[in-house]
Design a protein around this ligand. Structure first.
Ligand code: NAP
Length: 510
């Protein structure tokens, strides 16, 4: 059934004209159709107000969507056309994102609570991701290897088919773009399942994709709950790859499914990243870097620097100044340009963060600042939580071991490099780390010794789409981004070209 495009009459906010125009609909088989799953109400985490109602996809629709995506992929020229022709369409999508930057940033702020400053940067990075993969696919090189016999070997790339892209709620447009762009560049179809709490930006992105020259049906958006449609998607026989970003337990479940079906999967999972301040660090730089590393995005970041290790010689002075600066941060709605720390994505998530802090207290931790819902009545209807700094716990405490995914920092002093490396690596995660020191040799040594897929030295939480991103241990499997990330969305095929006119010398005729 084709659905008439209309905006929600129940919107209670005048700025909501910026919302996706498609309501009660999911994108399936190149059409907007009525979602037959549960009605989900998206609320603004800054105010608790209704933003939009979404009719989610049912399990049956998810199954049908993948069948249709597969048919669209088989029948379209996308999988066989020249890479530079695909690149043109990716550039078009990038242009559409740029043209709608303010609107997309606004939608993401309404849905996630992030500050507009941050969502503008995320939308800009999504456009750049499409451009990067346009360039990457246009300049992708197969290999021709040195001959080892009377044949020449050549490696080529072929699309996989239907890629399932499953994304979390914390930075949806960036996660969507990092999967959709390389998947399309490599000639695949993509079925995107955004997190239940944050479907709006994916739907708005889908609206833009439909304005490009991408053949119909190659991108599908399935808003819906992971527990209802997740397994349907990951177990569908026509899904050829699962690209997942989310929590470790969901990732492990998906890895089991992928192993069962022997299909490739990329898992970007959680973290509990150490940030290290050595005794010779530039303190001003380190203070700002630590603050940004944990409290930007209200700590809802897989790479948040949530374990702080400070050399014991400057521990007290450093932590006191950190607390002073943290209590001075502005908490408020993401739409206010003065806001440093916005609300958490959902009241349920805020309550989970609060429960972690209560457990930290029960473990014997001292809450140096924050540790509560703000008292300001103007913030009472939102899902705010004060930026929180805790000390007095060891690295083996649950608070220092488990991912809280909120604005909560645990501070731990260290005595020397051995002590530091042992504590920093005493975690199931291995996503990121930060090192603050002007000493190149120490930084290099520590970067090599700390088990993390990304190490920032005298900076933190900076990203380049051209640099591969990966996590060790419970932080993930496979890699994203960069040229290597593009190859993850292809089958690599080896061709052997015989170069001799002689018959093969084998058997009694050879
Ligand atoms: P999550 O609960 O694992 O959910 C991630 C996605 O998986 C959502 O779309 C979710 O849908 C879906 N899902 C749930 N159950 C599923 C199933 N059985 N099959 C298939 N999909 C299923 O994680 P989250 O709470 O949204 O996100 C926070 C986590 O993501 C944190 O651990 C964070 O560290 C991690 N993360 C990692 C990176 C990275 O690059 N390493 C980046 C960002 C976030 P529903 O929302 O409907 O449940």
């Amino acid at each position: 059934m084709t659905v008439t495009l209309q905006t929600s009459s129940r919107n209670s906010h005048s700025s909501f004209s910026a919302l996706p125009q498609v309501r009660n609909a999911i994108r399936l088989g190149g059409e907007w159709v009525h979602g037959e799953g549960k009605l989900y109400t998206v609320t603004n985490p800054a105010t608790g107000e209704l933003v939009q109602e979404i009719n989610q996809a049912s399990a049956e629709q998810a199954k049908q969507a993948i069948d249709l995506a597969y048919t669209a992929w088989r029948e379209s020229e996308w999988r066989t056309c020249y890479p530079h022709d695909r690149a043109l369409v990716l550039h078009q999508i990038a242009g559409l994102i740029d043209d709608n930057l303010e609107r997309l940033a606004w939608i993401q702020t309404l849905n996630t609570g992030k500050t507009l400053k941050e969502t503008r940067a995320l939308v800009g990075s999504a456009a750049k991701t499409f451009r990067y993969y346009a360039a990457a696919v246009e300049t992708q090189e197969g290999t021709l290897t040195t001959q080892r016999g009377p044949w020449q070997t050549q490696t080529t790339f072929e699309p996989l088919g239907v890629v399932a892209a499953i994304t979390p709620w914390n930075s949806p447009i960036a996660s969507d773009a990092q999967k959709i762009a390389p998947a399309l560049a490599a000639g695949n179809a993509v079925v995107v399942k955004p997190a239940e709490w944050t479907p709006l930006i994916s739907m708005a992105l889908m609206e833009l994709v439909t304005q490009s020259d991408l053949p119909d049906g190659l991108v599908t958006i399935l808003p819906g709950k992971g527990s209802v449609i997740g397994d349907v998607i990951t177990s569908h026989p026509k899904v050829s790859k699962i690209a997942f970003t989310g929590g470790t337990s969901t990732g492990r479940r998906i890895a089991h499914e992928a192993a069962e079906r022997l299909i490739p999967t990329t898992l970007e999972l959680g973290g509990k990243s150490p940030t290290v301040v050595l005794e010779d660090a530039n303190l001003e730089q380190a203070l700002q870097g630590v603050l940004y590393g944990i409290f930007s995005s209200s700590g809802q970041s897989c790479i948040a620097g949530s374990r702080l290790f400070v050399h014991q010689s400057l521990y007290r002075e450093f932590v006191e100044e950190l607390v002073r600066r943290t209590t001075a941060l502005n908490i408020g709605p993401g739409t206010d340009p003065d806001t440093d720390v916005g609300p958490l994505v959902h009241t349920r998530h805020r309550d989970s963060v609060a429960a972690y802090v209560e457990r930290a207290r029960a473990e014997g931790g001292t809450v140096l600042c924050g540790g509560r819902v703000p008292a300001d009545p103007a913030l009472a209807a939102g899902s705010y939580y004060e930026p929180t700094i805790i000390e007095g716990l060891t690295n083996s405490s649950l608070t220092a071991q488990e991912e809280i995914f909120g604005p909560v920092l645990v501070c731990i002093p260290f005595a020397d490099e051995e002590d530091l490396v042992e504590q920093a690596n005493d975690t199931v995660f291995g996503l990121a780390a930060g090192i603050w020191t002007p000493n190149f040799f120490r930084a290099q040594r520590l970067a090599e010794r700390i088990d993390a897929g990304t190490v920032w030295i005298n900076t933190y939480k900076q990203f380049s789409i051209s640099t591969p991103f990966t996590g060790f241990g419970d932080s993930g499997l496979g890699l994203d981004k960069g040229r290597a990330g593009l190859a993850e969305y292809s089958k690599r095929k080896s061709l052997y070209w015989g170069t001799s006119e002689e018959p093969m010398s084998w058997g009694k005729h050879g």
